[in-house]
Design a binder for this molecule. Structure first.
Ligand code: ADP
Ligand code: MG
Length: 453
């Protein structure tokens, strides 16, 4: 492997570490090793399939963006796992086997302090309220301030980086300050699963159940994680019911509404929707500007309002990216001793700005490509393999890879639930055809320009 690639990878790792924090980095990103790169594809490896899937679903987009900005010749990031375990097996044996090397490092029996640490920046005071999050915020405050459980559960949902975890921590801070005797557990669904599996392994499930069922407030973050994990779900369901029955407050977050949670049992979905369900919507310009102003003030840095407006206008994906952009800008300006201006912002953030510029959706691409080749839109999802259909479909997959930040599995799913390897194959095939057939290359180029224009 060449030095240049290794250097680029080192820089990307440093970025990931600062963006996601030490804990996430250590658990998921640090174990990634660089295998090599060829034909625009960089290959990364992790020890287990379980980790691969998790990284694929949580970090693949960011990995692609970072690689593309470090090395423009990279168009695809492939993540593989070292072992070779059967696909789709969801039984507990596999859940345990997958977790074993990576995540169950602690020795001894179940730890007494089961709750995850809280981030002290995540308070109500630091949460900027706007139209998109006002219901979620009001509901969170209500739960935090109420003497009796107002609704059970409180279910918060919305896309990544929109403030779900922030609100949950804020509730926990508030309650722990005003009622220090109350027992609160805050945990990601992922950690819940580890704890559960560990308890099984140490034959300590009684203590496990005991701990969870004796809390006053249970918060489980990112519950979508236990989709398809049947045993963990079962245990979670019992814990949930036991607490709700005893009138203890339960607070859940997820990336989707209860009804839309795939891979979660129906009885669970229905119970999750019993209390108050509050969506956190995508940010508006006003909210983004408000958040930037508040963060700039907290950092004690003078930033021209033109620059804040520019960022609020350009970085629309989520609050986490917005914060990241601001941090980077401030760090850069102070390091090189430059004033923060529009030019500095454009300079320092060019990769982020570019990623946020691309707002093309896979649906748009499918529609355009189908029109262009005069086939039915439904053929994009169909199983038919005749060349007249399959080729346009491959072109659409190719363009989806080039023009969106979607990962290969996500793209596959949008094309009638195809596997990520099918998408990879399509991308390679179209690349090959473009280099051998000038007419075809022009065709694809034309489509691309239409979509980007
Ligand atoms: P989620 O859990 O929904 O993925 P987080 O709660 O982790 O998102 O939020 C991502 C980052 O954005 C955090 O640093 C958080 O403090 C910040 N953030 C999100 N929404 C707001 C808001 N309304 N006001 C201030 N900061 C916010
Ligand atoms: Mg979160």
């Amino acid at each position: 492997m060449n030095d240049k690639l290794a250097t680029q990878w080192a820089r990307i790792r440093a970025r990931l570490r600062s963006e996601y924090g030490e804990t996430a980095y250590k658990s998921w990103l640090k174990p990634l090793t660089l295998d090599g790169a060829a034909d625009g594809t960089v290959r990364l490896r992790v020890p287990t399939r379980f980790m691969r899937n998790w990284i694929e679903s949580q970090y693949a987009n960011r990995l692609s963006t970072l690689w593309a900005s470090e090395n423009p010749s990279i168009t695809t990031v492939e993540i593989d796992h070292v072992g070779n375990r059967p696909a789709n097996a969801q039984d507990m044996a596999v859940e345990v086997a997958d977790l074993a090397p990576a995540n169950i490092q602690e020795e001894g029996s179940l730890s007494l302090d089961i709750s995850a640490p809280l981030d002290d920046r995540f308070t109500f005071e630091r949460f900027v309220v706007g139209k998109p999050n006002e219901l979620a915020f009001a509901a969170a405050r209500r739960v935090a301030e109420a003497e009796a459980v107002p609704f059970n559960p409180l279910f918060l949902y919305g896309g990544v980086g929109l403030g779900k975890t922030h609100l949950m921590h804020a509730i926990a801070w508030h309650i722990s300050q005003n009622h220090p005797q109350k027992k609160i557990i805050y945990l990601s669904a992922e950690k819940f699963m580890y704890q559960f599996i560990r308890a099984l392994r140490y034959k300590d499930t009684m203590a496990f159940k005991e701990q969870f069922r004796s809390v006053d407030i249970l918060m489980i973050d990112d519950v979508q994680f236990i989709a398809g994990k049947d045993n963990t779900q079962e245990e979670f369901f019992h814990t949930f019911n036991a607490l709700v029955d005893q009138n203890r407050q339960v607070i859940i977050s997820a990336d989707k509404s209860p009804a839309e949670l795939d891979g979660i049992e129906d009885r669970m979905k229905s119970r999750l929707g019993w209390g108050l369900v509050a969506e956190i919507h995508s940010t508006t310009y006003e909210l983004r500007l408000g958040i930037l102003q508040s963060k700039a003030e907290q950092m004690g840095t003078e930033i021209p309002s033109k620059v804040l407006e520019f960022l609020a206008h350009k970085i629309t994906s989520n609050v986490r990216e917005l914060e990241g952009a601001l941090n980077r800008l401030v760090a850069y300006a102070s390091l090189v001793g430059r004033d923060i201006t529009l030019e500095t912002a454009q300079d320092v953030l060019h990769d982020l700005l570019r990623a946020n510029d691309r707002r093309i959706t896979i649906e748009e691409i499918q529609k355009r490509v189908a029109e262009h080749y005069n086939i039915k839109l439904s053929e994009m999802h169909s199983a038919r393999r005749s060349r007249a259909i399959a080729r346009p479909r491959q072109v659409a997959m190719y363009l989806a890879k080039q023009l969106t930040t979607r990962s290969l599995p996500e793209i596959g799913r949008k094309f009638g639930g195809r596997d990520h390897t099918t998408v990879m194959h399509a991308v390679r095939k179209i690349d090959e055809l473009r280099s051998t057939d000038a007419g075809f290359a022009e065709d694809v180029e034309l489509l691309r320009r239409m979509l980007e224009g």
